[in-house]
Design a protein around this ligand. Structure first.
Ligand code: KDG
Ligand code: MG
Length: 404
């Protein structure tokens, strides 16, 4: 019994976008990998890992996942925050990968085994016009998705969240410096019922429809949106208002029964404690990489389960295939699973990160390979050096900085 951490290394690669991966090797020659990507702030996590975490890992018992988590969280004195929690997640997932490989089992077996046959995922549809959005929804349906997020350009607004610039697939971290976008909430609030009406009129009510407000509304604007979209029966409305102030969701809840999803930017259970215990949300969006790994995400999910809140893990392209693989093992084994986001990676990203997970008929599955089933081709990764890339910033017409 007992295997020690012999080596830990950070690999940064940019096969179309930046990814930070931690590779831990043990004295018995097994390695595990974890995702530590923090979009637009990648090198902060790299430095945190290299300068402050890796020196403490060498020689530690690789089997002591919980103790290592506590050591890096409590032991650091400075707790929480996206940089710290992404770094802890990278270590945690690499150690779960190692433990599952040593056991010769897929990771979900160590998490209690399957609770379902597969993971229902939602796709993204978007359009510069309503007609283009409708075509995009039809295309995702043809691919097999039964849950689809809809985002469209708002008439009279220069930039809407979730709509690509030009013909390339949507990838917002595209600037060597942050691109500046201009936003108008009033126009958006007038447009959204028309958009949802167009989608429901064409596709009916069997399709699960999701929408992301991306933190742009005040609480009362969020309440108004929820009220106006209720008749279109959204599966969820996401990130309507910034959630630093958890109490703000009481106001939204007083006005609408539209299900609410929040939490892709959360990194700790304390970010959602009140949201969950007061039943102010329906889906918690925290995922493996930004919320402290499998160890902490399970804690959040167990707490959420007490209050009837389901999981809805973030799964945009800035979460690497390593995060997606780990999330799918979590998804198949967590009792209060809701849905998983799926934004497919580019083919070059998929080549750098060979993986066992699969997609078919609107569902994904972790696969049956020992560990979390995702690897990194280091030679190929080295061909794609880091390239600085920022997310955009958002302003109102008068120049006031707004949440992006
Ligand atoms: O890094 C930011 C993206 O992950 C985020 O903008 C994507 O909101 C997002 C989503 O719901 O996928
Ligand atoms: Mg979102």
């Amino acid at each position: 019994m007992g295997t020690k951490i012999m080596d830990a290394r950070v690999i940064v690669t940019c096969p179309g976008r930046n990814f930070v991966t931690l590779k831990i090797t043990t004295t018995d020659g097994i390695y595990g990998i974890g995702d530590g990507t923090l979009n637009g702030r990648e090198l902060a996590v790299v430095a945190y890992l290299q300068e402050h975490v890796i020196p403490c890992l060498i020689g530690r018992d690789a089997d002591r996942i919980e103790d290592t988590w506590q050591y890096l969280y409590r032991g650091a004195y400075w707790r929480r925050g996206p940089v710290t929690m992404s770094a802890i997640a990278a270590v945690d997932v690499a150690l779960w990968d190692i433990k599952a490989k040593r056991a010769g089992m897929p990771l979900y077996q160590l998490l209690g085994g399957r609770c379902r046959e597969g993971v229902t995922v939602y796709a993204h549809a978007n359009g510069h016009e309503v007609s283009e959005l409708l075509e995009s929804v039809a295309k995702q349906q043809e691919l097999g998705y039964r849950a689809i997020r809809v985002q469209a350009a708002v008439p009279g607004v220069a930039d809407a969240y979730g709509v690509p610039h030009g013909d390339k697939p949507y990838e917002p971290a595209d600037g060597d410096l942050p691109r500046e976008e201009v936003w108008d909430t009033a126009k958006y609030l007038r447009f959204m019922p028309k958009l949802m009406d167009a989608v429901r009129s064409k596709f009916g009510f069997d399709l699960a429809l999701l929408h992301d407000g991306h933190h742009r509304m005040t609480p009362i604007e969020a309440a108004a949106l929820g009220k106006s979209l209720e008749e279109f029966q959204p599966f969820w409305l996401e990130d309507l208002t910034p959630a630093e102030n958890q109490e703000a969701f009481r106001l939204i809840r007083q006005h609408t029964t539209a299900p609410l999803a929040v939490g892709e930017v959360f990194n700790s259970i304390f970010d959602c404690k009140q949201l969950i215990s007061e039943q102010l949300i329906d889906y918690i969006r925290a995922t493996v990489v930004h919320a402290g790994g499998i160890t902490h995400l399970r804690r959040i999910a167990s707490f959420a389960d007490l209050y009837g809140v389901k999981t809805g893990c973030h799964g945009a392209t800035d979460l690497s295939p390593v995060c997606m693989g780990a999330a799918l093992h979590f998804d198949v084994s967590v009792p209060n699973f809701g849905i998983q986001e799926h934004m497919p990676h580019s083919s070059s990203t998929d080549e750098v990160f060979p993986h066992a997970y699969t997609f078919a008929g609107g569902m994904m599955d972790s696969g049956e390979v020992a560990g979390h089933g995702v690897d990194i081709d280091e030679k190929l990764a080295a061909k794609f050096p880091y390239k600085r890339a920022y997310l955009p910033v958002c302003r109102l017409a008068d120049g006031t900085l707004h949440s992006w």
